[in-house]
Design a binder for this molecule. Structure first.
Ligand SMILES: [Ca+2]
Length: 159
């Protein structure tokens, strides 16, 4: 009766990180092709949370669904050390979805967000429709339309 359930296992870098094909992105620094080998995950020094970069373009809610199916959830970044780990996973010039949305600013699991690292003039909620959050390679967060498609960061562990 539990045959279809996938039980959580301890985080293992490289575990379950399949990418069907290389993903082409247009970044602020020009075109970028992301290969399967670019997907990485590392345990932080401070806890057992592992962040995983997913090189597939999805809306915020589709990214959340993917992360919950294949890992634990969209990345919930709760301190500077975790933000640094996430930054190291992001290819230069690429914005990624993280697990933050408004309002009030909450993480994907509905927990409140105490740690935030907004970029200059962010969050600016352009046209009143930027309700999801992405992070850039400069470590900075910005609000963005949830239906924009971006690559994203999942997390696993820390349950
Ligand atoms: Ca914005």
């Amino acid at each position: 009766m539990f045959g279809n359930l996938k039980w959580a296992t301890s985080p293992t870098p490289g575990d379950g990180l399949q990418l069907e094909k290389p993903v082409k992105l247009v970044t602020s620094r020009g075109p970028l092709v992301i290969q399967t080998s670019d997907i990485q995950g590392r345990l932080t020094e401070h806890n057992l949370k592992q962040f995983v970069f997913i090189a597939t373009l999805k809306t915020w809610s589709s990214a959340q669904t993917y992360c919950r199916m294949h890992h634990t959830d969209l990345a919930m970044i709760e301190n500077e050390a975790e933000n640094s780990e996430v930054r190291h996973l992001i290819p230069v010039g690429v914005d990624v979805w993280i697990g933050l949305y408004r309002v009030p600013w909450s993480w994907s699991d509905k927990s409140p967000s105490r740690f935030q690292r907004w970029g200059n003039s962010e969050p600016n909620n352009v046209e009143g429709i930027q309700h999801c959050v992405c992070e850039n390679t400069l470590h900075q967060w910005g609000d963005e339309r949830c239906h924009a498609t971006k690559v994203f960061i999942c997390e696993q562990g820390d349950c």
